[in-house]
Design a protein around this ligand. Structure first.
Ligand SMILES: *Cc1c(COP(=O)(O)O)cnc(C)c1O
Length: 481
């Protein structure tokens, strides 16, 4: 350590003194004393570390950090505690059900119900007719049966919980027959073999990765078989030399041997998507009409509602599932229930669901409409006359995402943005750091904003965000010590 370093270390403020100064700024109204003290220590320690590291420090190359700057650094740490960590963002990626961006955005009706029900008391578990205890699941049971054709329904925390609960109720200690081609992993550690093990069921894989025959299922059946499971391979497709047994055939097989058939649909759609030029996926109604004894699906995938797991099926089985003690641990929350009920109500009329659900709109809006939206945003950005920023229109492909419609190329329009001064990655980072971050994708050295996942109401945030891009420096310059 040289003399300059020693001298500098002596100029570092004392924690007690800092605390006195901060008290004058009423900082203790904003955070507990211990937390403020810890923040002071962190800031001073950082300065001490930097001084110690800088061997070749010379007196004239260095300015003593000002006391008010040091305090400002402490205040910044406390300020950060008051900023929401969970932020609303703008999804400009074109991935409609983006798992990392919270999957399905809710419809307006659901959002209103969140605030109505959340702000007060509700009849969550209270029967208003009898004045006695009620069941939380009952609020959506009838709607679910009406729109799906199921005999009975139950909702839990998410679809992973739904699968766990069904397996545990119907196949604890028993064999569950599944095709090898359906032993899937879905993002976030959900793997069929692992969830099966946790449920107490015994996995009995049949067939091969690409081909499974009816005889494979048939041979696997014995006295300890509890369930035949069919999993919707939501996020991939096996192409080429393949064979899988359809639900209809499995249902017939199950009937013959008296074994229930469970269909985990994953994304589970109620709308016939081929009407809108998309690939036909079996609907939830199809699965139940085909005779599946139990069907499960997510609330926040193609349904376009809150995170939830929906269990539909035969009354006798659903009664057992409802009575399982595990159900209590996986139960749905009242806010979820409020948002889910509002979402399901839209499905009483499929066209209402299509036009009110942001997920279904993004999926089914004609490409001409997306182009129109893109041109509108493009014109608004051009009006800003941002120095050194170039924007133009690009055709592209959006994705359904969230483990649904893996083969679907959805045509779209994007705004491509480049800068004379800033790299794509710098623009991307700038947009991520906005108060309302804009999440983009980068391709061929251009920043792309896909209009399929952007709502008109979000244009103003993008415009405001872009205005600040031109203020971005070429290099991050924040130098102290
Ligand atoms: C997404 C998915 C799940 C898990 O559902 P979550 O709602 O994410 O818990 C289970 N099975 C399939 C087939 C899925 O696609």
């Amino acid at each position: 350590m040289n003399d300059t370093q020693k001298a500098l270390l002596k100029t570092l403020p004392k924690i007690d003194g800092m605390m006195q100064n901060l008290e004058k700024e009423n900082i203790f109204e904003r955070a507990p004393k211990d937390v403020v003290k810890e923040a002071c220590r962190t800031v001073v320690e950082n300065l001490r570390y930097r001084i110690m590291k800088a061997e070749n420090i010379s007196p004239d190359s260095f300015q003593t950090p000002k006391a008010e700057d040091i305090l400002a650094d402490v205040t910044a740490i406390i300020d950060a505690l008051h900023q929401y960590h969970l932020k609303r963002v703008i999804n400009a990626t074109g991935v409609i059900l983006h798992t990392n961006l919270g999957r399905a955005p809710l419809c307006d009706e659901a959002v209103r119900r969140l605030s109505d029900i959340g702000a007060g008391y509700s009849n969550l578990e209270y029967n208003l007719k009898t004045g006695r205890r009620g069941l939380r699941y009952d609020h959506v049971q009838r709607l679910l049966c009406v729109i799906s054709g199921a005999q009975d329904a139950l909702v839990v925390n998410n679809n992973a919980a739904a699968v766990l609960l069904v397996l545990n109720t119907l196949a604890d200690g028993k064999d569950v027959i599944v095709s090898r081609g359906e032993l899937i992993e879905i993002g976030g550690e959900f793997r069929i073999p692992e969830i099966m093990e946790k449920s107490g069921a015994i996995l009995h894989e049949v067939g091969t990765t690409n081909r499974t025959h009816l005889a494979d299922y048939e041979k696997a059946i014995h006295e300890n078989t509890g369930l035949i499971l069919k999993v919707h391979t939501s996020n991939y497709k096996i192409l080429g030399f393949t064979e899988e047994i359809d639900l209809f055939t499995l249902v017939a097989l199950g009937k013959r041997f008296g074994i229930p058939v469970f269909n985990d649909l994953g994304s589970g759609c109620f709308l016939e998507l081929d009407q809108y030029g998309l690939i036909r996926e079996p609907t939830v109604q199809d699965a139940l009409a085909t005779g599946a004894d139990v069907v499960t699906l997510s609330g926040d995938k193609l349904l376009g509602g809150p995170q939830a797991g929906i269990i539909l099926g035969k009354k006798a089985l659903l009664q057992d599932i409802k009575k399982n003690a595990l159900n209590r641990a996986l139960r749905i929350d009242k806010l979820t229930l409020a948002a889910l009920e509002a979402t399901l109500m839209l499905y009483l009329n499929p066209e209402t669901a299509r036009s009110r659900s942001r997920v279904l709109r993004a999926l089914t809006d004609p490409v001409e409409q997306v182009e129109k939206k893109a041109r509108k945003l493009l014109a608004a950005i051009r009006r800003l006359k941002l120095a050194g920023i170039h924007v133009s229109l690009r055709k592209g492909i959006s994705r359904s995402g969230g483990g649904s419609l893996p083969m679907e190329d959805i045509p779209t329009f994007c705004i491509a943005l480049t800068s004379d001064r800033l790299s794509c990655h710098m623009i991307d980072e700038h947009l991520r750091r906005l108060d309302i971050p804009v999440i983009v994708r980068i391709a061929d050295d251009e920043v792309l904003m896909d209009l399929r996942t952007i709502d008109d109401k979000e244009f103003s945030f993008i415009i405001e965000g872009l205005k600040t891009v031109t203020q971005e420096k070429n290099q991050g310059t924040r130098s102290k010590v």
